[in-house]
Design a binder for this molecule. Structure first.
Ligand SMILES: C[S@@+](CC[C@H](N)C(=O)[O-])C[C@H]1O[C@@H](n2cnc3c(N)ncnc32)[C@H](O)[C@@H]1O
Length: 228
């Protein structure tokens, strides 16, 4: 599925991340703790739907990084990503393309794959295929970290959209009405979230044996789930 418009301009989403409305900070701090606890470094990281790499950069600075690959379909996001990664002195590669298509070309040497707010743009069949490819690309002991929006058990997409709208209208104070409307238009056309139990089923079919919900926000919209 393609994600039109919003991620081509990027400015509105950048404000959302800078104000931490989607709780990137807490989720990435929790991911750093999980990686440290498992003594995974040096890291070989694949970041699927990396965007401008703003949220993952602090994690990369915490560890020895053997290689970092960011995949995204948005040219403007990758331009920003390159500008952030270059001064960090990392061994990095950025590829413009569709997640599943690029993932199929990768070798199985990664010990950390991160999908931060990207998988909800895929339909359920694409999610299944991405999870299978992630399993194939991870070395034994490697982790797949999914930070994303989720449905509550039994929740309809209509109810999710209502929750999303109420949350944005009450918390996204740095955005003006037009920016919130742009975000909502994007969410209505491009969000296909799942429940954690759907992910559990898909990940088991993909060959993962463990699923762990590490953190969720107070609004129960955003969660961090680990697969290994
Ligand atoms: C909400 S942003 C998340 C960016 C970053 N990972 C973060 O957490 O802030 C979603 C990103 O996924 C990318 N994306 C969505 N669907 C994609 C697909 N099928 N293939 C490649 N990139 C995709 C978008 O271009 C966008 O940069």
């Amino acid at each position: 599925m393609s994600t039109p418009d919003l991620f081509d301009s990027w400015n509105t989403y950048e404000k959302v991340v800078a104000n931490d409305y989607m709780h990137h900070r807490d989720f990435f701090v929790a991911l750093v703790q999980e990686v440290k606890a498992r003594d995974l470094a040096p890291l070989s990281v694949a970041d699927l739907g990396c965007g401008d790499c703003a949220p993952i950069l602090d994690l990369l600075r915490c560890f020895e990084v053997h290689d970092y690959l960011g995949i995204d379909q948005s040219e403007s996001a990758l331009r920003r990503a390159r500008a952030r990664l270059l001064p960090a002195g990392l061994n990095f590669d950025l590829r413009q393309g569709e997640i599943l298509h690029e993932l199929r070309k990768l070798t199985d040497h990664y010990n950390l794959i991160v999908c931060s707010y990207s998988l909800h743009h895929l339909d359920v069949k694409e999610k299944q295929d991405v999870l299978k490819e992630c399993r194939r690309c991870l070395v034994p002991g490697g982790l797949l970290a999914v930070i994303d929006v989720f449905l509550e058990p039994g929740e309809s997409i209509g109810s999710y959209l209502e929750r999303w709208t109420t949350n944005a209208q009450s918390r996204y104070a740095a955005l003006d009405a037009e920016e919130i409307e742009d975000l909502l238009a994007h969410v209505r056309s491009s969000d296909f979230p799942e429940t954690v139990s759907t992910y559990r089923r898909l990940s088991t079919a993909a060959g993962f044996s463990r699923v762990s919900r590490i953190a969720q926000d107070a609004e129960r919209l955003n969660q961090f789930v680990l697969f290994y």
